[in-house]
Design a protein around this ligand. Structure first.
Ligand SMILES: O=P(O)(O)O[C@H]1[C@H](OP(=O)(O)O)[C@@H](OP(=O)(O)O)[C@H](O)[C@@H](O)[C@H]1OP(=O)(O)O
Length: 458
């Protein structure tokens, strides 16, 4: 009898969960029947899923796609990998949780529109984000790193080996932020699972390397703490494209134009993005945007990344000199060891940080550089820009630098998000390491952290 009651309760509960999930999914007019991905997901920028950059992963998170990678000749063998990785999917930061709560309160209090799903937001959706979540890693973020570790074992079977892990030739380095430390731990779990071993492998916390931007005085003063550094973002948020998005939002909710700000539309956009990335939900918030609105929101986000972390200001990329030198110092060491007794001390180095760790470094390498800078006035003409933060630094974004020993010498391959990149100015996709060093000679001989980050007293 008791067994029967418990079975019935479980059955009812299970169906409630499934119905709720199906209900939430069916709320959006933009749903895809199979996995219910919001149609605007590709515009989520740095709040986007890794699987939406590499869509083949949607059907299998351990898949690797060889057609996206250029390898040197089969006579070459991999001798080293450095992987610089952004943490996995996370909760919103407190600042954004507060904006999301304010917008939710406004919708519940004032919205009268009859848009599909507005009543669902008001009667069903609950504001479940709390301030203490503050950018912490979510379960999906742990899975991002576990799966990435397992895919890297498939990509580099001769480097990510039990022998290299057991003998200290695999190193883990992380930023001190909880989302990065926990991502690194998840990566380690993925490694152990993929190799079917249990070994102690303690990550080293190194903020000087993984959060170099905090320690670069010039960057902090001239960009991070200087409102005018993001003037173009402000102008865009006050410009005609964003105004139109705000007006359309006010029309949909049937609230006065004055009650919708750029912060409100950003909060609504984040609600759509976070509900999807954290819980796989194509939530009713996504219906508050059409595709053009989402493109405008994406551009606003890209402008922030461009002016705060990329080509907008020279110091943004220069602040990463320390990470640049750390990388090349390690690569030089590998080459030197190969040229002496061939005994390598570091086969794989994994460094876990932030979007703001990766983007400045990619910028320093001159990657993803459009001919015309991104500005508040060129949204329309930048439609086909290369600088799209969603493609470059989604959650778990990764820069993979690989050294190969070939009969003709050492070669270097670079992949971003598991796709080969050709370094600008070098025609060969897997060039000789010496040619890479020639290409970046100016940086290798200069780009001194102390000098570039020192404030010019005059
Ligand atoms: O807009 P939020 O508060 O999410 O900005 C975050 C950064 O996230 P991003 O702009 O890259 O989406 C966060 O970078 P992450 O790689 O760790 O996610 C950054 O560390 C954090 O300081 C926030 O920056 P902000 O200065 O508060 O805008």
């Amino acid at each position: 009898m008791v067994k029967q009651v418990v079975t019935t309760i479980c059955f009812v509960l299970f169906h409630c969960i499934i119905s709720y999930w199906a209900f939430m999914s069916s709320c959006s007019i933009h749903s895809s029947p199979k996995i219910s991905i919001p149609a605007i997901a590709r515009y989520f920028g740095t709040k986007g899923r890794y699987e939406d950059v590499n869509t083949y992963l949607i059907d299998g998170l351990l898949a690797t796609n060889n057609s996206l990678v250029t390898l040197p000749s089969s006579k070459c063998s991999e001798i080293h990998l450095t992987a610089i990785i952004r943490h996995g999917t996370r909760y919103p930061t407190t600042k954004n949780i507060q904006k999301m709560r304010e917008f939710y309160d406004l919708v519940v209090r004032d919205a009268t529109g009859n848009l599909n799903c507005l009543s669902e937001i008001k009667s069903q959706w609950k504001m479940w984000y709390t301030d203490d979540m503050d950018g912490r890693l979510v379960d999906k973020g742990r899975a991002d790193h576990m799966h990435l570790a397992q895919r890297l074992i498939k990509w580099f079977p001769s480097l990510l080996t039990e022998d290299n892990v057991r003998n200290g030739r695999v190193k883990l380095i992380t930023s001190s932020k909880h989302r990065c430390v926990n991502s690194t731990i998840a990566f380690r779990e993925g490694l152990m699972k993929g190799l079917n071993i249990k070994v102690e492998l303690e990550p080293a916390v190194n903020d000087a390397l993984m959060r170099y931007f905090d320690q670069c005085e010039r960057f902090v003063k001239e960009v991070e703490n200087n409102k005018s550094a993001l003037e173009e973002v402000k102008r865009f948020n006050e410009g005609p494209e964003m105004t139109r998005v705000m007006e359309k939002m006010a029309d949909r909710l049937e609230v006065p134009y004055a009650s919708i700000t750029d912060d409100s539309v950003e909060a609504a956009f984040f609600l759509c993005a976070y509900e999807f990335t954290i819980h796989d939900l194509n939530s009713p918030w996504c219906q508050l945007f059409d595709e053009v609105d989402a493109q405008v929101m994406e551009y606003a986000g890209d402008l922030k990344q461009y002016w705060k972390r990329s080509y907008g200001h020279d110091i943004n990329s220069k602040s990463s000199c320390i990470l640049f030198h750390d990388l090349f110092h390690r690569l030089d060491q590998v080459v030197a060891q190969i040229n002496s007794d061939g005994a390598l001390s570091e086969a794989v180095t994994v460094q876990v940080g932030h979007a703001e760790t990766l983007l400045p470094l990619l910028t320093l390498l001159d990657l993803f550089k459009d001919d015309i800078p991104l500005s508040s006035t060129n949204f329309a003409t930048q439609k086909n820009r290369i600088f799209r933060s969603g493609n470059i630094v989604p959650y778990a974004a990764n820069l993979l630098v690989v050294l190969y020993e070939c009969p003709e010498g050492i070669r270097m391959g670079v992949r971003l998000n598991e796709k080969s990149l050709t370094l600008p100015g070098l025609a060969d996709p897997v060039p000789m390491y010496e040619d890479v060093k020639k290409r970046y000679r100016a940086l290798l001989e200069g780009c001194d952290q102390e000098t570039v980050c020192k404030m010019n007293n005059s």
